[in-house]
Design a binder for this molecule. Structure first.
Ligand code: 3IX
Ligand code: FAD
Length: 665
């Protein structure tokens, strides 16, 4: 079907936009040159015919999908290599690699995903210079394909409980890798099933019977020529999942597999030939790759949401349903204020986390520079930020992706809308790289520690500096600054209350651990509240900063979204605010009016705002969200691709239904 025009509904929407869409695209891309680079990569990638699917993935078998994903991964690697994209080495936004092309070529992930997102970064982050020189080059050229094998069948969260052992044998200068039980089998690593021939194995180091904690080892698991598993290696795929079905997540066990001493990555800790262990300056440096990936998840979460909200808002502009006024035609569903309530917060939330992700990335890069000269002062705050922002970005964005899906009614249930797949890859971010509740408890640990040290006069780190302010009641103030202060009060109130409970529980005779467990529901609330205060503060300050350089028209729209975000969150968290601030019923009534006014103000810019995410149709991969808005035509075209539609009568009619109808069964 050739579609030349644009749906008149979308044409009309685009004519009401009050700002320059390209200017916003450049801002979201972190610069006009980044937009240009991203588009150049996209032009190249989408011109490769081998990267297009003839048959939609969902109609293929599990095995066919895997084989197709491998084929495309290889072609994509080749094309990206030609464009000079250095995969596995990340920059601030990285829109050209994972952000857009990647998830458009693979709706459900690639088996090479972990090569780029964790194998290469771990070599770079944990290897000494000689090891980086050797392994990085091989990985970059795809001579070796690897993954990050940490999680085991029995333990994912509690990594001190991992069972895989690496025992040093000083006679042969080798480590012996062993999986002592079924629960010690590695379980989950992406690509591990049938794709990778090497992996980083996180294992418990033992020398002369003494444990030295979890360390990273590079282990070859398959022959480089035949791809057969090496002796003593038991490897396979873990099976079908809610999403990531083309990522080839696998299991792995070792039966006394020997590797050379220099296959332990030794940037931070070393084992000498004679078996002497030299400890790193901070044992948590072995957890470094996780910090990096948590930082990047904030951007991924915002990106998934921006794609879902683009689909849902475009569809809502072309979908007409029911009646607002009896004598008028059915309105666009986007005119229903409840629909705007579901969707506009998706745009604002995506902006909030996108701008926070750039800020967090800068904090991470700053820390990296300091770490290189032996300064780890910033690590506790970075760890807390990475954990907490990973959690609230992944849970908020996933909730809103699902809201986008439901806002499209029945059609949002179609795989061809791409909304179910977006939900699948988004919800996985709530679990991987640290399960969300566990990450909130890590955050709470850092907050309680800071609170206690603060009460003894120690200074707070920048994102906790407001803890030092006296929690005196003040009149409610609905300005952005006033709302931010109110959320900081909630954060202080929840943390202070959690600490009091901890103290009371210990005073009543509970051990510190039992007191912690008993107060943990409060503690995760305090952690979330700190994260909210951070996001509100960073989103606002980043937009204030960019507001000085962008046009007045764009500045005004950006602030509409900041306000929407602030007011929406205030109404959502009303209970907390009523408890910890002077918010009154009168204030709530006026905030509700403010919220309704904001929805009305944003309405003419809704399509402009999602167009500014600049997702090409090939990236969105959605029958409902295409730029031209011909959703029904695309739904029908895609339905015709169902293998069942290849013949008017399916053979099962003659085999089963007819005999049933005739009573001959
Ligand atoms: C911006 C653009 C970039 C573009 C990037 C592009 C692509 C990448 C994007 C996305 C990735 C995409 C695809 C990947 C897809 C899937 C991959 C999934 C891969 C995985 O899914 S891979 C497995 C991850 N698996 C976990 O995530 C396990 C979680 N479990 C833990 O992480 C630990 O088990 C923990 C922390 C719960 C307990 O650990 P523990 O028991 O040893 O520690 P404990 O609680 O006792 O704390 C003692 C002291 O260590 C400090 N501390 C702890 N952790 C630290 C750290 N990381 N750094 C610095 N300090 C740390 C504490 O703050 C405390 O400090 P203090 O003593 O001062 O209080
Ligand atoms: C799609 C996907 C891809 C993945 N890819 C990889 C990979 O490439 N490499 C890799 O090594 N791993 C990978 N993983 C594994 C992932 O990192 C773990 O699943 C994750 O860290 C959670 O650990 P778990 O599964 O052991 O959950 P569990 O810890 O068993 O969590 C189950 C429940 O127990 C609760 N819980 C656990 N501990 C505590 C606690 N201390 N306090 C309170 N509650 C607690 C949790 O909150 C949760 O509700 C992947 C997982 C998924 C889903």
């Amino acid at each position: 079907m050739t579609l030349k025009k644009v749906n008149p509904d979308l044409e009309k929407e685009r004519s009401t936009c009050t700002f320059n869409i390209e200017e916003l695209t450049n801002l979201l891309d972190t610069g006009a040159h980044c937009t240009a680079e991203r588009r150049a990569v996209e032009d190249k990638v989408f011109s490769v015919k081998e990267l297009k699917d003839e048959i939609p993935d969902e109609f293929l078998s599990h095995k066919e999908r895997y084989e197709n994903a491998i084929r495309k991964s290889v072609f994509l690697h080749k094309v990206l290599q030609e464009t000079g994209v250095k995969r596995g080495v990340y920059n601030r936004s990285d829109k050209s690699d994972f952000r857009t092309t990647y998830y458009s070529i693979f709706k459900d992930g690639s088996p090479f995903m972990l090569q780029y997102s964790m194998f290469v970064p771990t070599i770079l982050g944990q290897g000494d210079s000689e090891q980086v020189e050797l392994w990085y080059k091989r990985a970059l050229n795809m001579e070796i394909i690897g993954t990050y094998a940490q999680t085991e069948l029995g333990h994912g969260t509690f990594i001190r409980g991992l069972e895989t052992e690496a025992v040093y044998d000083e006679k042969t200068e080798e480590f012996i890798l062993n999986s002592p039980s079924l629960s010690s089998y590695k379980w989950w690593p992406g690509g591990l099933g049938h794709t990778t021939n090497y992996c980083i194995v996180m294992a418990q180091l033992k020398i002369k019977g003494k444990p030295y904690g979890m360390q990273p080892f590079i282990v070859q698991i398959r022959d480089e020529e035949t791809h057969m598993p090496l002796p003593g290696v038991k490897v396979g795929e873990i099976g079908a999942k809610l999403a990531f079905n083309t990522v080839n997540n696998g299991f792995l066990g070792f039966e006394h597999v020997r590797i050379p001493r220099r296959h332990m990555l030794m940037r931070f800790s070393q084992v000498s030939k004679d078996g002497k262990f030299t400890s790193s300056a901070n044992p948590k440096l072995a957890y470094g790759t996780m910090v990096m990936v948590r930082v990047t998840i904030v951007n991924s979460a915002a990106t998934y949401l921006s794609r879902a909200v683009t689909i849902a808002i475009r569809y809502s502009a072309v979908r007409h349903q029911s009646k607002l006024k009896q004598n008028e035609p059915e309105p666009q569903i986007l005119d229903y204020v409840t629909q705007q309530h579901k969707l506009f917060i998706g745009i604002a939330t995506s902006h909030a986390y996108m701008f926070c992700s750039y800020w967090l990335w800068d904090v991470y890069v700053m820390y990296q520079k300091e770490q290189n000269v032996g300064n780890f002062d910033r690590l506790p705050e970075l760890h807390a930020l990475a954990c907490c922002l990973k959690v609230i970005s992944s849970s908020d964005c996933t909730g809103l992706v699902e809201k986008c899906r439901m806002s499209c009614g029945g059609h949002g249930f179609m795989m061809s809308s791409n909304l179910p797949q977006l939900y699948g890859i988004s919800t996985a971010t709530c679990t991987y790289e640290g399960e969300n509740t566990v990450m909130l408890l890590q955050t709470a640990r850092a907050l309680v520690k800071a609170w206690e040290l603060g009460s003894r006069g120690r200074p707070f780190s920048p994102t906790m500096s407001y803890f030092a302010e006296k929690n005196v009641p003040s009149k409610w103030d609905s300005s952005l600054e006033g709302i931010l202060n109110a959320f900081q009060k909630v954060s202080i109130g929840k943390l202070s209350s959690s600490v009091s409970s901890l103290q009371e529980y210990t005073k009543s005779g509970l051990s510190a651990e039992d007191a912690w467990n008993k107060a943990s529901v409060q503690l995760i609330g305090a952690a979330e509240a700190w994260g909210r205060a951070v996001v509100l503060s960073i989103y606002k300050s980043e937009i204030e900063r960019y507001g000085q350089t962008v046009s007045p028209a764009l500045k005004s729209v950006l602030f509409d979204l900041v306000e929407l975000y602030y007011v929406h969150l205030t109404l959502e968290k009303m209970g907390d605010l009523l408890l910890y601030t002077q918010l009154s019923e009168k204030d709530v009534v006026s905030l509700r009016k403010k919220y309704e006014d904001l929805l009305e103000k944003i309405r003419p810019n809704a399509i402009g705002l999602v167009d500014a995410f600049d997702y090409r149709d090939e990236v969105l991969n959605s029958t409902l969200g295409s730029y031209d808005g011909f959703a029904y035509e695309r739904l029908m075209t895609e339905a015709m691709k169902s293998p069942l539609n290849a013949e008017p009568v399916n053979q099962s009619f003659h085999k089963y239904i007819k005999p049933l109808m005739k009573g001959k069964l």
